[in-house]
Write a protein that binds this ligand. Structure first.
Ligand code: C2E
Ligand code: MG
Ligand code: MG
Length: 569
């Protein structure tokens, strides 16, 4: 093999000497031919990579690839080899035992006298030990010695990088300044060692709570900083998320700390700012959060303050509403109204139950202003159950009172449907109210079908054995795939009102509605067109073959007692 190199290359070395140099070098060496197949490796290659020569001869050096570099990295390497005849740099390779290691490599393209590349010679050394020292040094320079958290310098670097990243992505980022209340007293009375132990414990507890992607740093003394990245794009949503995280941290800190056998009750003051979009530099963001933290101290400690008053308001309002909404379910403030659905001859098909929140001070609140919050907070589980109970009790009352209500549709949110005992709870309500399950349609949205399709089908089938029917609400606005839809035991599609709104003038909407109508016919599903607001829409739908209608033009939602008054609409 070596003779081959000596002959084909313009380096005319004595073969024996060459072999000696090659084999005894402490550097790993590998020679490949012009097709980049390995034709020779030395002892150090075997020592570093774990591969014997016989295992790699005629293989592509790719066998060592760690997968850490992308195609662009190799493209640049080859480009340089072609243009300059050599390349030098750091490459992460993989040993035979699977371990990834950094190596410093030079690659030379060897040419024959005619200038044609005949071989490539790679010389490399394992720089893992160097890296380890480098890492340790980096750690020392960027971490706080006491708690192991990032230090101020590292935080500022991260913060600057995150500010740039957030500017590109448009997603908000939050910076939280935390300062323990009366920490000086602890130091003064129990000594600095106890103070240090408390700081370590605080960082451990909060570190356990925070997500892996959050940044947690100690600036100095009892000052910590938490950075939350990649939050929602809405300012209110971000403020709320930050307030939620801080409330949890306040609670975590409220559990006494046992230091040297002594239980210590501590608290902290927090200051919050948006490093995106309200700060241009790390320094500015830190200053804002620090200022806000001082306001918390001024307001009596153990609390949080947003640098921007509007964000504080949004978070406070949201907190107020969340508490009120939780209370609403128990205080019977959630009631239902019922909107009739008709066929093409204006014969009653049934009613849809729609929730209303009757707030003692704010009056009637529409579902668009509270259902999403109920979903996010999980309140929907209890609220949804209450809604099902009220609707079924109303159905029973209509039956007892002699009102003919062929069908009652009830909206069910995805969180509610996905709750593990949903089926049992629904059946229990049917039983308690003694209503016929075959007269109930549960309306779900397409988004329910995105995940856990098999589980959704199982639950639907379990309820279908009792005669319950299912409708897909707001059809056409979600992300469901038609393939999934076909698999589900769905009885009815409700065409979203956004397609009905301009059906008379907008040809695209008319085409979409026609497509949904023909699809429903083929899949043997009933159709209800939602939001029919005028005669023109109604006539257009009838002409298109639609057989189910719901909307203000036909009848607005009614109170339960109004349903007894026949001919109301
Ligand atoms: P949805 O299930 O699609 O209900 C139909 C909505 O359209 C109702 O709004 C109804 O009042 C409104 N609507 C009816 N006819 C017309 C019309 O001609 N024009 C227009 N522009 N709108 C019409 P509502 O009551 O405000 O409910 C809004 C949404 O809130 C519902 O949409 C449903 O997604 C959700 N929702 C309502 N009640 C409940 C509930 O009990 N549980 C759950 N999970 N969601 C509910
Ligand atoms: Mg609905
Ligand atoms: Mg709808």
């Amino acid at each position: 093999m070596l003779t081959l190199i000596a002959q084909n290359s313009f380096i005319h070395l004595d073969v024996g000497l060459y072999r000696n140099l090659f084999e005894s070098s402490s550097k790993g060496m590998m020679i490949t031919n012009a097709d980049n197949e390995i034709i020779h490796v030395n002892h150090s290659f075997t020592r570093i990579t774990g591969y014997d020569a016989s295992e790699v001869i005629m293989l592509n050096p790719r066998v060592l690839s760690s997968g850490r570099h992308d195609a662009n990295f190799y493209r640049c390497l080859w480009e340089q080899l072609r243009l300059r005849g050599c390349w030098e740099g750091e490459i992460w390779d993989k040993r035979k035992n699977g371990e990834i290691f950094p190596s410093w490599q030079t690659v030379d393209a060897l040419k024959n006298p005619e200038g044609r590349i005949t071989h490539y010679l790679s010389v490399f050394s394992d720089i893992m030990p160097l890296k380890t020292t480098e890492n340790e040094l980096w750690k020392l320079a960027h971490h706080d010695g006491l708690t192991g958290l990032l230090n101020r310098r590292a935080l500022e670097q991260r913060l600057d990088a995150e500010i740039s990243a957030a500017r590109r992505s448009g997603r908000n980022g939050i910076l939280i300044f935390l300062d323990l209340d009366d920490f000086k007293k602890i130091n003064d009375t129990l000594g600095h060692k106890a103070g240090d132990r408390l700081l370590v414990e605080v960082s451990r507890r909060l570190g356990q709570y925070l997500r892996k992607e959050d940044v947690f740093a100690r600036l100095s003394g009892d000052e910590f900083v938490i950075m939350l990245t990649d939050l929602s794009a809405s300012l209110d949503g971000t403020a709320l998320a930050a307030a939620g995280v801080i409330r949890n941290m306040l609670q975590i800190l409220a559990t006494p700390f046992v230091i040297d056998g002594q239980a210590l009750n501590i608290s902290a003051s927090f200051g919050v700012t948006f490093f995106h979009p309200f700060a241009d530099t790390a320094e500015e963001a830190l200053k804002q959060a620090d200022t806000a933290m001082y306001l918390s101290k001024k307001h009596g400690k153990n609390t949080y303050t947003f640098y921007h008053p509007a964000m504080q308001e949004a978070a406070d309002l949201r907190l107020y509403f969340e508490t009120e909404l939780r209370n609403a379910v128990h205080a019977d403030q959630i009631t239902l109204v019922y909107q009739p659905q008709y066929d093409q001859h204006q014969q009653l098909l049934g009613y849809e139950a729609l929730a209303r929140w009757n707030h003692p001070e704010k009056g009637e609140i529409m579902p668009s202003d509270f259902i999403a919050m109920a979903e996010e907070t999980g309140i929907i589980i209890e609220m949804g159950e209450k809604i099902l109970s009220i609707a079924c009790a109303q159905m029973a009352e209509w039956q007892r009172g002699g009102a003919t209500v062929p069908m009652l549709s009830i909206n069910v949110s995805p969180t509610q449907f996905n709750h593990h005992n949903f089926v049992d709870r629904v059946l229990a309500i049917f039983k308690a109210t003694e209503i016929d399950p075959a007269k109930i349609t549960l309306e779900v949205t397409e988004n329910l079908i995105i995940s856990n399709v098999d589980e959704v089908i199982d639950k639907m089938n379990a309820l279908k054995t009792w005669g319950v029917r299912f409708a897909i609400d707001d059809f056409g606005t979600g992300y469901s795939s038609l393939a999934y839809l076909k698999k589900l035991p769905i009885d009815q599609l409700k065409i979203d009102r956004s397609f009905i709104k301009d059906i008379v003038n907008n040809n695209n909407d008319a085409v979409i509605v026609n497509t949904i109508l023909s699809m429903a016919e083929h899949l043997r599903m009933e159709i209800i067109a939602e939001g029919v607001e005028n005669q023109a829409q109604n006539d257009h739908l009838i002409k298109s073959g639609c057989k189910g209608f719901q909307g203000y033009w036909l009848c607005p939602p009614l109170h339960g007692y109004e349903v007894f008054q026949s001919g109301f609409c």
